[in-house]
Design a protein around this ligand. Sequence first.
Ligand code: CDP
Ligand code: ZN
Length: 168
Amino acid sequence: MQRLPFRIGLGHDTHRLESGGPLVLGGLTIDHDRHAVGHSDADVLLHAITDAILGAAALGDIGELFPDTDPANRGRDSAEMLAAAAGRLSAAGWEIMNLDCVIFAQRPKILPYRNQMREKISVILGVAMDQIGLKAKTGERVGPIGEELAIAAECVALVTRASAGESA
Ligand code: CDP
Ligand code: ZN
């Protein structure tokens, strides 16, 4: 198992939405009439990515790294958590090949922000923008996503053995 050159990871996250902006999503602070509620900055996309890369290397999950019972994590920048997870991944001898992500949000339209988000994520992870796939779907106006009570995100991550770790 240890010798397999690839691993895949899956991340999923949901946050409640409440009235009043702005919305922190994909590393951006978006002018919007609702915001995601959470212990940290509630960036559902960065949380799903964090779990996907940790999962690929079986390194646990975001809640283990940054417990929501720790006051130090209140309002924490999710980019910092993602960077920490990327550090763990690399220390374990893995590097990211690609991510593919989906945001589940009735509003706002994600397309206008997509490339800016991909760029933010690529900078945090130290990969090229073309290694980050990102798309969004509405909830077709039904259920918690469609009624704008919640926002969710999913991510799959493929990682490969880092070249420096190949002899291990
Ligand atoms: O057309 P279909 O029912 O498959 O999907 P949709 O949920 O109606 O979304 C249509 C398209 O709108 C998506 O493929 C995205 O390109 C875009 N979209 C977006 O940019 N931002 C969202 N929050 C939701 C959808
Ligand atoms: Zn979250």
